[in-house]
Design a protein around this ligand. Structure first.
Ligand code: FAD
Length: 529
């Protein structure tokens, strides 16, 4: 099979017609579902993953982009959770070395006690990371703190604590995991929605009904095991299985603002361990911009395109202004994005969201539908291992060992030059350059304020399963998350390339432009106000 065919939607869809009796069907193509698909296929099970929109369309493209143990969870005394996440951090930096890297953080200290407390706490963090530690935490004086973070207010600053964690590109990793699954033999499809689950005579789940969102065609699919990995949509699937099932999750919203790099010009990120209302706030350099967040707001309803609340925007701006010398206003916000955590539904409303456990949970329904929820991106591999182990424990599949701990993710290579934006492609970088050599027009930049090239759009369609303008501008390249107005301006040109690559009509192209701009306006404060 040629490389283009490998990732071609039509060839992948054909597997639904020719193959029956899958070992595992996974519902949901976020971090969790993709992790389970990778674990399952590499153990040798016949694996199918169905994602109703696009890989990482949900929470998995809207994270703080940290591969971390969670300093906050350590402060809460959750040592096992932190140890597990630090181990997974080490594996991810090794297995997706082109996307996940060491990032230094500085906690600014305003009292002697804070400096002491965080230095000791982060030594424990280093200790828990063991051999996979990324570097030693150290206390630094006021002068060095200001040298490294030139935009932090000097006022009552006493010094800082430097520590290491990981940083990555969430939706790029999702796409690369999807590619790895396909290369290992799985069938992985986006824009394919599960609309029902089916059962055998004993009431056990034995398949799903799924609809191809592009053609409207429905498929009845049989499987030995069904895994529900739908994040904030968990309860929708549980209700397909049992209409009277109790709600398991409740969404908690986290918002991030993206600012120009001049607000944090160095290489270090800032971690504020306790804001005025007791939250953690990060300011992290990302793709030559700065991501600032996040919030934690319990909501009643879930949505694929959650919207930031005014008070969340105000909170982030106010807190950033409390620490930075350069004034941040709404006009400085290049993009704003909101994500929803699927938290375990609290027992009563007084329970604060930041105190609810973020470790993952595996729930087995009476019908043997296996649901995996919670956790974090950092631990997606371990969550998947536990899920497939559970499927085996239920005797739905023969026992086989997990193989993902040392498995390189598509594109993985040791990178030293993070300055060329094409680094995100890892080993594919050379292939993209070849595309440009064969057609120099593809080397043209799509927008003066973002580095992305036409070749990346072509690449995304041919090899990364992108089907829409949004798939490209939100999750293959990160234009929507880095500069929403620039993304809007890029739309017609990107839609034209997609039309040609996908053999689509002018009418399709115009609809794509309308659909994307409608979504993108939600990411722009200029358009919202
Ligand atoms: C604000 C915020 C910041 C975070 N920051 C970090 C961080 O820095 N580091 C970290 O490690 N973790 C972080 N996390 C946690 C991490 O992002 C999540 O744990 C992870 O992305 C959850 O992935 P998921 O696959 O479970 O859910 P999702 O990514 O939401 O995926 C679920 C998928 O299921 C699909 N789906 C739903 N219904 C159906 C259906 N019927 N058929 C087919 N598909 C369906 C949806 O379209 C969706 O794509 C953060 C979370 C939030 C909210």
């Amino acid at each position: 099979m040629s490389k283009v065919e490998t990732y071609n939607r039509a060839s992948l869809t054909k597997a639904l017609e020719t193959d029956s009796n899958w070992d595992v069907v996974i519902i949901g193509g976020g971090a969790t579902g993709l992790g389970v698909a990778l674990d399952s296929v590499t153990r040798g099970y016949k694996t199918l993953l169905l994602e109703m929109e696009d890989f990482a369309k949900g929470t998995s493209s809207r994270s703080t982009k940290l591969v971390h143990g969670g300093v906050r969870y350590l402060a809460q005394g959750n040592v096992d959770l932190v140890r597990e996440a630090l181990y997974e951090r080490g594996l991810l930096l090794k297995n997706a070395a082109h996307l996940a890297k060491d990032q230094t953080f500085i906690i600014p200290n305003y009292s002697w006690w804070d400096g002491f407390f965080y230095t000791v706490g982060l030594k424990v963090y280093d200790f828990l990371a063991g051999k996979l530690s990324l570097g030693k935490s150290v206390h630094i004086g006021k002068k060095e703190t200001l040298n490294r973070i030139s935009t932090v207010k000097p006022g009552k600053l006493k010094g800082g604590v430097v520590y290491h964690d990981g940083q990555f590109d969430d939706s790029r990793l999702a796409v690369n995991v999807a590619q790895t699954c396909i290369e290992q033999g799985a069938t992985v499809l986006n824009h394919f929605k599960v609309v029902n689950v089916t059962k055998d005579g004993s009431g056990n789940v034995n398949g799903v009904v799924a609809k191809d969102n592009e053609t409207g065609k429905e498929y009845a699919i049989n499987a030995k095991a069904i895994v529900n990995a739908t994040g904030i949509f968990t309860d929708d699937i549980l209700k397909m299985d049992n209409p009277t099932a109790k709600n398991l999750v409740r969404p908690s919203q986290g918002v991030h603002l993206v600012l120009d790099k001049s607000f944090l010009p160095g290489n270090d990120a800032i971690m504020i361990p306790k804001t005025d209302d007791g939250r953690v706030l990060f300011l992290v350099p990302w793709h030559d911009k700065v991501v600032v967040g996040t919030t934690d707001t319990l909501l009643d309803e879930h949505s694929l395109e959650p919207t930031a609340l005014e008070e969340e925007i105000e909170f982030i701006l106010r807190t950033a202004n409390h620490y930075l010398t350069k004034d941040v206003s709404r006009n400085d916000v290049l993009s704003i994005f909101a994500g929803l955590r699927p938290l375990a539904a609290p027992k009563d409303d007084s329970e604060k969201t930041k105190e609810i456990s973020r470790s993952h949970k595996i729930i087995v329904s009476d019908s043997k539908l296996v649901t995996i929820t919670g956790g974090k991106w950092t631990t997606f591999r371990r969550m998947a291992q536990d899920t497939v182990d559970k499927v085996i424990e239920l005797n739905l599949l023969p026992k086989k060992a997990c193989k993902t701990a040392d498995l390189p993710i598509h594109g993985s290579t040791q990178t030293s030059d993070w300055s060329n934006h094409l680094y995100i492609y890892g080993t594919d970088q050379a292939e993209i350059k070849k595309l440009i050599d064969s057609n120099p027009e593809l080397g043209t930049q799509l927008h003066p304020q973002l580095p992305y090239l036409k070749a990346e759009v072509v690449w995304a369609v041919r090899y990364e399963l992108a089907r829409t303008v949004e798939d490209v501008l939100a999750r293959r390249v990160r234009a929507l998350f880095l500069n929403a107005d620039a993304a809007i301006e890029m739309t017609p040109e990107v839609a034209e390339i997609l039309k040609t690559e996908l053999g689509q009509t002018e009418e399709w192209k115009q609809q794509q432009i309308t659909d994307f701009i409608k979504i993108a306006k939600n990411y722009s404060l200029k358009h919202a106000s």
